[in-house]
Ligand binder design. Structure first.
Ligand SMILES: [Zn+2]
Length: 161
């Protein structure tokens, strides 16, 4: 009597695909194959893999963050010493911080007071100063607004007109 199955099928019996619930024969090249070879099921398998990997990556990133935070807590003087020994980087950081502070202050000002006051005004639109562009972009696309801002040399490297 002929054997019903080939020897391969006896060693690796068909299994059930978790996505389509169909029986399939695992590939000889991948005996641990758990998903059938239909493109839809393989796509689902890849999506699942990517999802798990992203999750694992974010956990990994969290571990890195935690260990950096712990390291900083254990070396509280490091950042201070870094700025002391890297004056150029420190100056750059201070300038960046000034820029961020200024943007935040003007943003708050606009949000809290000017917009309310000027909403009903029919004043012409005058946007003055290096941050006018930022304001238009971020908050005041259609508002009518007059801002008189003192020139800030640090922020106007391309003041031409
Ligand atoms: Zn399948």
């Amino acid at each position: 009597m002929e054997p019903k199955h080939t020897s391969w099928e006896v060693i690796f019996p068909p299994r059930c695909c978790p996505y389509c619930q169909q029986a399939f024969q695992p590939s000889k090249h991948r005996p641990d194959q758990a998903v059938c070879s239909r493109p839809e099921c393989q796509a689902k398998r890849r999506n699942e893999y990517r999802r798990k990997k992203r999750l694992a990556d974010s956990e990994y990133a969290q571990v890195i963050c935690d260990s950096r935070r712990k390291w900083r807590e254990a070396h509280p003087d490091y950042q201070k010493n870094y700025w002391l020994t890297h004056p150029d980087a420190a100056a750059h950081n201070r300038q960046q911080q000034r820029h961020r502070d200024q943007k935040r202050r003007i943003g708050l000002l606009v949000k809290n007071t000017l917009v309310l006051d000027l909403k009903h005004s029919v004043a012409e639109v005058w946007l003055v100063g290096p941050l006018a562009g930022e304001l238009v972009k971020n908050t005041l696309v259609s508002s009518k607004l007059l801002i008189l801002q003192p020139p800030s040399p640090a922020l106007t490297p391309t003041a031409t007109s």
